[in-house]
Design a protein around this ligand. Structure first.
Ligand SMILES: O=P(O)(O)OC[C@H]1O[C@H](OP(=O)(O)OP(=O)(O)O)[C@H](O)[C@@H]1O
Ligand SMILES: NC(=O)CC[C@H](N)C(=O)O
Ligand code: SF4
Ligand SMILES: [Mg+2]
Length: 500
């Protein structure tokens, strides 16, 4: 998923960046990084959680009233610390950039950069493609009198050339703070503002929850193709796209985003309750009669409570979660995932004994969590266990920044509902219907369009067969290996940022 933030105000911004990133830690736990600018760039990044990567000695050196931050959940390239974001370049200006998403025309975009600008990315992180394409386009402008129109022109060309999902924030040294989204607005990006006696502080972030902690007012979402630039006088410039197709990731509402975030005017928690209520029809049709509805903590909670309310069955928290075990579905080995799930959840036996339990989770990816949960509920004395997914069956991989699994690992891509039910040893499996999900998040709800590709196999960026083949090959032949193109590297005019 990745979480990104950017701040620009009258005073040092590193404190705000750390608070903002901490609120986004659920979006990425592989690495974290911050780049600030005070006439020079200051950069610190490394593998691990924010608290592991940033110690007071690092924060002290991250000075400047403009800066960006990132929490990484790897989707391209390896987990090496040098691939952590932000990335910086010093030509044609000092630029520092972060992104959330995934570029799907990596090879052709890299080839074009090389042939047209003699630039080659140094790593296999797709952020470099966005950054160098943007930088190369800026280079064609009048650098002594760079205007907002020049910046937005360079954004537009980047959006034409780079395919996939990318919500980005960029510090342009000496000029200001820029945020732009891909043409379909696949990943979330919001803008906020806080007034201080010394003037306004502007911020961009993946999710609005950051703003609640920092007393920022949520101004708006940066949607498909949109860009916002805050210049050095703190004037705000908007580049609005004429209405185009939108394809916002519906999984943000189901699972990825925090419940207290507001995306496109919709509170995530409320949408999850709606998803739960929508499940009532299928639950009633199935004929099951649970004594109790429970959730798989914590992301199943709102859907479980919505379902319980709709079918008039009590909800109870039965599974107690050890919050220090991390997310299982992004662990790279099956043994590792099983280990995480095993150590993460413990049932309260007294609530379960002799009961027919309907357990609600946000989704079933490989079936690891659901299989384990059914087993522990039975061991705790449940007489029947029904497993209910607030997402429809996941039948296709996500190529837009969620590294959930290859098709071969997706249980619903390979097995029928009856087979899945047998595999996870449940008495019944019930999925949300794709049609209902599309009704909730489809075009007609004033939300614009959404991406449903992992449920429908219809990718909003068009034919992606080549890319799917590419990731399949890459992963089967040890996906963690670094892919380093050879040849000239990007030319550098100004000094490199100070690494702290
Ligand atoms: O079918 P599976 O392959 O097990 O994947 C599905 C599970 O993965 C996610 O949880 P995860 O444990 O990753 O993190 P969470 O604690 O945020 O729910 C999701 O919430 C499901 O519970
Ligand atoms: N999940 C993401 O947004 C990942 C961003 C980028 N592709 C990376 O691997 O660093
Ligand atoms: S494929 Fe699924 S997870 Fe990926 S962007 Fe689309 S809806 Fe979201
Ligand atoms: Mg889970």
């Amino acid at each position: 998923m990745c979480g990104i933030v950017g701040f620009f105000g009258p005073d040092d911004v590193v404190g705000d960046i750390v608070v903002g990133l901490t609120a986004l830690q659920h979006r990425g736990q592989d690495a974290a990084g911050i780049a600030t600018f005070d006439g020079n760039f200051h950069l610190h990044k490394g593998n691990g959680l924010i608290n592991d990567v940033f110690k007071p000695k690092h924060l002290k050196k991250l000075t400047g009233n403009i800066g960006i931050g990132h929490v990484r959940y790897t989707t391209q390239g390896s987990n090496d610390a040098e691939l952590a974001q932000p990335f910086t370049t010093s030509y044609p200006f000092g630029l520092a950039m972060v992104h959330n998403g995934n570029v799907i025309n990596f090879r052709s975009a890299a080839k074009r950069l090389h042939e047209k600008y003699h630039v080659l990315p140094k790593t296999s992180n797709d952020l470099e493609l966005i950054m160098y394409t943007f930088a190369s386009e800026l280079r064609l402008k009048n650098l002594d009198a760079l205007s907002v129109v020049d910046i937005f022109d360079a954004v537009e060309t980047t959006q034409e050339l780079v395919k996939g999902a990318y919500a980005t924030i960029t510090t342009i040294a000496g000029h200001g703070l820029l945020a732009f989204n891909d043409p379909l607005g696949i990943r979330p990006l919001v803008m906020g503002r806080r007034n201080t006696p010394d003037g306004p502080v502007f911020a961009f972030a993946s999710e609005s929850t950051c703003f609640d902690y920092l007393d920022f007012e949520l101004i708006e979402d940066i949607g498909p193709g949109q860009a916002v630039f805050i210049d050095k006088e703190f004037n705000v410039h908007f580049k609005n796209q004429p209405a185009k197709t939108k394809a916002f990731c519906v999984f943000e509402h189901i699972y990825f985003a925090r419940e207290d975030s507001v995306i496109h005017g919709r509170l995530v928690a409320r949408e999850r309750v709606r998803l739960g209520k929508m499940l009532a029809r299928k639950v009633i049709e199935s004929g099951i009669q649970p004594d109790m509805v429970i959730d798989v903590p914590s992301s199943g909670y709102f859907a479980a409570s919505g379902l319980a309310e709709a079918i008039g069955v009590p909800y109870r928290r039965v599974l107690v979660k050890n919050n220090h075990m991390g997310r299982s579905f992004i662990v790279s080995s099956q043994a590792g995932r099983e280990d995480v799930v095993k150590k993460k959840l413990n049932p309260i036996r007294e609530f379960v004994e002799g009961k027919k339990i309907a357990v609600v989770d946000d989704s079933i990816v490989r079936g690891t969590t659901s299989r384990r949960i059914v087993r522990i509920l039975r061991e705790a004395g449940a007489t029947e266990v029904y497993f209910i997914s607030s997402a429809p069956p996941i039948i296709s991989p996500c190529i837009y920044g969620i590294d959930m699994a290859m098709s071969t690992e997706l249980i619903a891509a390979n097995y029928t509902e009856e087979e899945i039910c047998r595999y996870i040893e449940a008495d019944k499996v019930i999925y949300q219907s794709l049609e209902d999900l599309q009704t909730l998040f489809g075009e007609d709800k004033g939300h614009g369009g959404s991406c449903f590709a992992c449920f429908s196999g219809q990718y909003p960026t068009g034919d992606v067969t080549k890319y799917l083949r590419h990731i399949q090959e890459e992963r089967t032949s040890h996906r963690q290996k670094e892919e380093r193109p050879t040849g000239t590297s990007v030319s550098a005019k100004a000094p490199a940022p100070t690494e702290h």
